[in-house]
Each structure stands twice: as C-alpha cells, then as structure tokens.
Write a protein that binds this ligand. Structure first.
Ligand SMILES: Nc1ncnc2c1ncn2[C@@H]1O[C@H](COP(=O)(O)OP(=O)(O)OP(=O)(O)O)[C@@H](O)[C@H]1O
Ligand SMILES: [Mg+2]
Length: 479
C-alpha cells in the first residue's frame, strides 16, 4: 500500500519539480497560490502520516532513547521480515545485536494496525571531515501509518516501542553481581557504593534439588510478581517482593538465589550488612540499586544489632541514652547507626519507591534467632524452607550429576535418606568421584551410600553422646 503511494508521490514530486523550474517566470501571487494548492492536494489525497525518530537530538547531541529502544525492538520483533540486516556488539552486552540495515524497510503490526518502518540516513552537506557532530551523517527511523491510526500510534504504539525496547535491552545486557564489600578484581567507581563482576552462576530451577511442588509454587510466585506491574500500581504498593530462605548449611539457599536471578534475568546486589555503619548509609546504598534486581542479605542472623536478643539489649540501652539526651537529638542519633527500624524501613519499601521491580531475599541458618518484626508476614512475603535431602531431591541430583533417572541402588538410597538428615551439598559431594571413575554410575552411587551410612553413624554417635550427657547431668542433680 505504501509502495503504491510512493509511485503517486513521485508523480507529485515531478509536478513540484516542474513548478520549481517555472515559478520564477510566473507572477508571485500565482506562484504562492500554486504552492499552497499543491500542499493541500497532497495532504488531502495522501492517506499516510509519518513520524521521524532521530538517533541524536538536542544541543549536546544526546542519543535518543526512543531511537535506541526502536533499534532493539526492530532487532527482536521485526528483523526476521527484513532481508538486509546488520550486526553489531555494543558496550552493554556481549551478544551481537542483529537489526535492520540502513535504507531497509520492515512492517510491524500493532492492535491490528500496520506500521511501516524504514531505516534512513541524512548525508552530511560537506565532504570535509568535521569534529562537529552536526556535520556527520544522521541516522533516523521513519514510521509511516494510516492517518486514521494516528492516535493509536502516537498514544500507544510509541510507548509500546519504548517499553518493549527497554525491556529487551535489559534482557540482552550482561547481568552483574554487585557487592558493597569488594575485594580485588571487582569493578566500580568511587562515587558508587557498589562494585561488580559479571554474574555467571549456572544454577537454575532445573538443577535445584528440592520438593517439586514447592519449586512449582516458587516459580508461580515469581511469574505473578514479574507480571504484576499494573497490580502493584493499582493497590499502591512498591513493586517488590520479599523472600526469607531458611535452612541448615548446604541445603541450597545461595543456589536458590542464583536460580531466581537466572530465571527472572535480574542483577544481584549482595548486601554485606556488617560493613554498613548507619541508616543513612543503608539508604544511600539502597537508592543506588537499579530496578530488575535482587537485593540479598545472607546470614541475616549474623548481622550485628539486628537479632531479637541484641535488639532488646539495644532498646534498653537506647532508653537509657534518651533519658540523658536533650530533646531533638534522638532522630539524629537514629541515623548515626544501623538499626532494626532502619532495616525495616528499607524492607517496607520507603526507599524502594524509586524505580522498577526489586526482590529482597534474606537467608538464615537459624530462623528462631531472628526478631519477629523482621520476619512477620507482609514484610517477607514468602518463607521458604530449604531442607535436608529428600529422595525427590536426590533424584534431581542423580539426573544432574550422573544423567540417570533410575537405578537398582535407588531403593537402598531412598531407605537411607529417610533415616538420616543429610544436606543436598553432602549428597552432591558423595555423587562425585575422582575424574577417572566419575562416569561409573554404580561406583558413584555406592560411594554415596557409604557417605550416607557414615552420616548415619555420626548422627547415632552424637545422639548417644547427648543422651549420656543428659543422664550424667540428671544423676548430678539427683545426687
Ligand atoms: N538444593 C540443592 N540443589 C542442588 N544443589 C545443591 C542444593 N543444595 C546444595 N547444593 C550444592 O551444594 C553447594 C552449596 O550449596 P549452597 O551454597 O546453595 O548452600 P547454602 O544453603 O547457601 O549453604 P550456607 O547456609 O552454608 O550458605 C552448591 O554449590 C550446590 O552445588
Ligand atoms: Mg549460602
């Protein structure tokens, strides 16, 4: 349709060209009249409107965000329709971006409406090399659409391009693991509290050994969260979700965090609370995080001054301090140290009101040590127990490590696992033999059986020791 219009357009262009040739030889009143008339005719019969999106704009030649979003959008959604493509690798991603080449045209459909895109270029006026951006070639996209769809294109379609393009850009980026307590080889700059490295943890929900039903529940919760932008807006809550992962060492809490990050394609901010001195610092650190990220506080029970017991002590101390302080000094004091209430503010979303979605995850080995205020429902939306290795979890590990789904030794292992508490980390270790033998499935499973039996013996010994100790204490009391 647009092509046929192009033919008609060129006829009009010829008319305008002829008109330009003769216009100096006709009276100027007639010349003006003809110019206005031809523009009106053109507008009347041309059913198409156009929008130009320039790559650079403004006095300082900023790269236009809509152009950048369109470039990625066209690479993902429309490039399969184009015949001339170009590939490039940008700074933010190591994946090549294949998008439509200069002077190429593609079509897109939105809400049943067709939109034509063409990648155009304005060549520089002079051939001399210039340091000024204004004299360089200028790229731009031209959108052509039917007049009657103008409202839709201006109102919804352009927003759709911006949103989708931004999302695609985030998905394409090299994801990062940030820390506020960096060691060597972390990248960062002085103005930011965070340093980073590339996030390349291989854990996924497939490799995570746990009860399949629980796993499904967590995945469903994450999907609902990811798609809940409108819902959170409607109920007036910051778009964030809190998870508390608890369980003994080696049961997969950190692996679960990596699996969530890989599933949602989010960055991870590993917040080391022990290096944060004050509430003000915590606020600054938190404000510097970006959307689509997971903020992790591992071993929350080991974070000074935040457990119930310590808090009680601290409160008593605070009460004493307040008595001594002149009025108005209390608030200042609150900001000069890291307190439980500072952390609760952070979880409740006071500071997370800025920007896009965030997930907050706490981990602990000792749920019972945490202050109830920290873990009450509504604060941490979901409590996830990572438990000792069940037979179901073992089957996932056997599949990942040995590539088997059944074996004669599975029954023995099932019985043993029901008799002893052993972590998935220890089971995984038991499944690994030295390189020369790690392809021998039976040998690996036999090794695991030995490991579980040893764990069982150890547990038995410990329980006998405990009983003997209790008995001795009882005898001491009874004289
Ligand atoms: N549920 C699991 N599924 C798959 N692998 C697991 C699981 N639990 C542990 N592992 C294996 O054990 C290793 C240690 O697990 P991970 O660090 O996730 O445990 P953790 O619960 O975070 O322990 P800690 O409390 O000591 O921090 C992982 O690298 C992984 O290989
Ligand atoms: Mg861990």
């Amino acid at each position: 349709m647009a092509e046929s219009w192009a033919g008609f357009g060129s006829a009009i262009a010829s008319f305008l060209f002829l008109y330009a040739m003769v216009k100096d030889h006709i009276p100027f009143q007639l010349s003006d009249y003809l110019a206005t008339f031809s523009r009106k005719v053109l507008a009347l019969i041309n059913p198409y409107d156009q929008i130009t999106i320039n790559e650079y704009h403004g006095e300082y030649m900023h790269r236009d965000e809509l152009y950048a979003a369109a470039q990625v959008y066209l690479s993902d959604s429309c490039s399969f329709r184009a015949r001339k493509l170009k590939a490039e690798v940008g700074q933010e991603s190591d994946k090549p971006l294949v998008t439509i080449d200069d002077y190429e045209e593609v079509t897109d459909t939105f809400g049943g409406v067709r939109i034509w895109w063409s990648a155009c270029m304005r060549l520089p006026n002079s051939k001399t090399i210039s340091f000024y951006a204004n004299d360089e070639e200028r790229k731009y996209y031209k959108l052509t659409f039917h007049k009657r769809n103008r409202k839709l294109v201006e109102g919804e379609y352009l927003n759709h391009i911006l949103r989708e393009g931004r999302d695609m850009k985030i998905r394409r980026r090299q994801r990062k693991l940030f820390t506020n307590s960096p060691s060597q080889n972390w990248y960062g700059n002085r103005s930011s509290s965070w340093s980073h490295v590339a996030f390349e943890h291989p854990a996924t929900f497939e490799t995570l050994a746990m009860d399949p039903e629980k796993k499904r529940e967590i995945i469903d919760d994450l999907v609902t969260f990811r798609e809940g932008k409108e819902y959170y807006k409607k109920i007036g809550k910051a778009w964030k979700r809190g998870y508390l992962l608890y369980g003994p060492p080696g049961t997969g809490k950190s692996s679960m965090i990596a699996a969530i990050a890989n599933f949602l394609e989010y960055d991870v901010y590993d917040l080391e609370l022990t290096t944060v001195k004050t509430n003000t610092e915590l606020r600054k650190i938190f404000i510097e995080t970006t959307g689509k990220s997971i903020i992790v506080i591992e071993d929350i029970d080991c974070s000074v001054d935040l457990t119930g017991k310590r808090k009680k002590k601290k409160k008593e101390k605070d009460d004493e301090d307040k008595e001594k302080k002149p009025p108005g000094m209390e608030e200042q004091d609150e900001n000069s140290k890291l307190t439980l209430s500072g952390l609760l503010n952070f979880i409740d979303g006071l500071w997370s009101a800025c920007g896009g979605e965030r997930i907050v995850i706490f981990t602990t080995n000792h749920l019972e040590k945490l202050d109830p205020a920290l873990i009450r429902r509504g604060r941490m939306d979901m409590h996830i127990e990572m438990s000792y290795c069940s037979f179901e979890a073992f089957k996932v590990l056997a599949k990942n490590y040995l590539g088997v789904e059944k074996h004669d030794l599975f029954d023995t292992i099932q019985t043993l696992l029901s008799e002893v508490n052993i972590s998935p980390a220890d089971v995984a270790e038991g499944l690994m033999l030295k390189k020369s033998r790690n392809k021998d499935v039976s040998a690996c499973l036999e090794n695991l059986i030995r490991v579980i039996e040893a764990a069982k013996e150890e547990a038995k010994r410990k329980s006998q020791e405990k009983l003997a100790k209790e008995k001795a204490e009882e005898e001491l009391i009874n004289g």
